[in-house]
Write a protein that binds this ligand. Sequence first.
Ligand code: ADP
Ligand code: MG
Length: 234
Amino acid sequence: MTQSQTLQSAQSQGRTFLNEVESKQVLRDAGIDTTQATLATSRDQAVEQARAIGFPVVLKVISPDVVHKSDMGGVKLGLKDEAETAAAYDDIVASINANQPGANIEGVSVQGMARPGTEVIIGMSKDSQFGPVLMFGLGGIMVEILKDVAFRIVPLTRRDARSMIREIKGYPVLEGYRGQEPADLEKLEDTLLKLSEFVQQHDEIKEIDLNPIFAYKDGLTAVDARIILEEQAG
Ligand code: ADP
Ligand code: MG
């Protein structure tokens, strides 16, 4: 399915969001780098997909009822072989059933383990006055506790993308702090611009959350993605 078809069919089914696998596919089609994730609906399928991807892999719960996957025991990282993958599948199902009884578990996403990078977050939300707005910040506590984020109204110019990255207090971290790998600033700008363009083309999207993105010296990859849809009119 094309980007628009995935979005339209989800919306016509009355769904209000795309799962991780669908969100990443749609974003990749829009030229935004993410880890490639596939949906496995059984333990055997998860193992088979893991083997095809190559170890180590990551398994994450796919459920319309689970928003914060790791809080619910729904994320298993660094699975080294088939046995670990099979066990992780069962662990995820058991954790979700224990932590959120009655949650509808569609399966798990299977993806390769991404190399660690500088964690950044990009989001889109809609302001009642300004319409779609993009948010940029560093990952983890910088965003959650210190609210060290920058906002720009869609559509962004190259200048907007440049300045929003540079205005956060944590900017020195992106330049490479104490021997840490610097982040590919041009690629971050490109990602903001591509997302801005994508958002402009899709009025039916209400919210986007790329949290986190791992930024590297060369390139970046979004390891988690969520797209929330507007409720279908009529
Ligand atoms: P959630 O935000 O719903 O808890 P995430 O998909 O963000 O779930 O996963 C939780 C954390 O696991 C991420 O913040 C990231 O640090 C790590 N992670 C997720 N996917 C990968 C991946 N493919 N490779 C490496 N680390 C990952
Ligand atoms: Mg996340």
